[in-house]
Design a protein around this ligand. Sequence first.
Ligand code: ADP
Ligand code: UDP
Length: 295
Amino acid sequence: MPKGKKRKFVEKRKRCGRIVGLAVCSEKDSIAFIIPIYYNFSESKYPIIVDNKKGQVNTMEKKELLYEGKAKKVYTTKHPDQLIVSYKDDATAFDGQKKGTIVGKGAINNRMTNHIFKLLEQKGVPTHLVEELNDRETVVKKVEIVPLEVIIRNYSAGSFAKKLGMEEGIKLACPTLEFSYKNDDLHDPFINSYYALALKLATQEEIDAITKYAFVVNDVMQEYFASLGIDLIDFKIEFGRLADGTIILADEVSPDTCRLWDKETHEKLDKDRFRRDLGNVEDAYNEVFRRLGIQ
Ligand code: ADP
Ligand code: UDP
């Protein structure tokens, strides 16, 4: 093991292809010590140590539980402008009336979201992503969530198909965009941009930015999923405001929030398998993850 000048990052220790520790040399002697990294599918109890790929080691600890939602927990950190999001395996549907577990979902949704957010950043969509800590946990920029669920549809499905008396899977002449007011007590009612303005949920400038970004997200994701043999039927995204008011993409992009159908077989590879008791729920999530080719 080579002797380092200061604390020198030497190599990553792998087990079963997963990084489980960082080998480090101390300044005084050549004895290497191993900093373990907990890449378990369960949440880490310990301060999380991150190799930021520059040979530096950062620590980031969850402080207080700020919010526990249906699919994620959100923690404060020592940085007032950063949070840690922790993805759960819990699944809910129909306004929380149906509850269950999709084993491994938290890890898949975390890693898939980060993968897609990196792609979107490259295409000019600012996102909350800061750093993936482990399978389930990611550091994100803290935002004030704009209380609008932004839904884009390329094909008829779900509530849209039901409301309009259409079969599912009909290609729409152009993508649609709709808003729901993100409010659990009111069951996320469908609203339009005039309602959003009248209720002061967002300004016109914010609605314009959200609309512009949402269609870019659709273009990028449609093309990307098509390359994986998947049709992007519809999806829901959320945006937030940074302290200076800048609008960025937040929350997640995953089989929980997108309808993803195999291009050839039209098999559903998303949460509809859970909602509709179609079986093979975990297999569907794993199949999407496999096609993403995330290492
Ligand atoms: P829900 O609130 O619908 O049950 P989740 O279980 O996914 O949803 O909880 C995560 C919560 O964190 C959501 O309410 C989401 O709007 C919020 N959130 C996502 N990203 C951020 C962020 N960067 N800053 C602050 N809140 C966020
Ligand atoms: N969606 C979501 N969260 C919600 C509501 C919808 O992620 O609270 C997603 C859903 O997975 C689908 C899209 O938004 O990809 C459109 O959903 P729809 O309005 O058809 O409602 P649903 O049929 O899912 O109730």
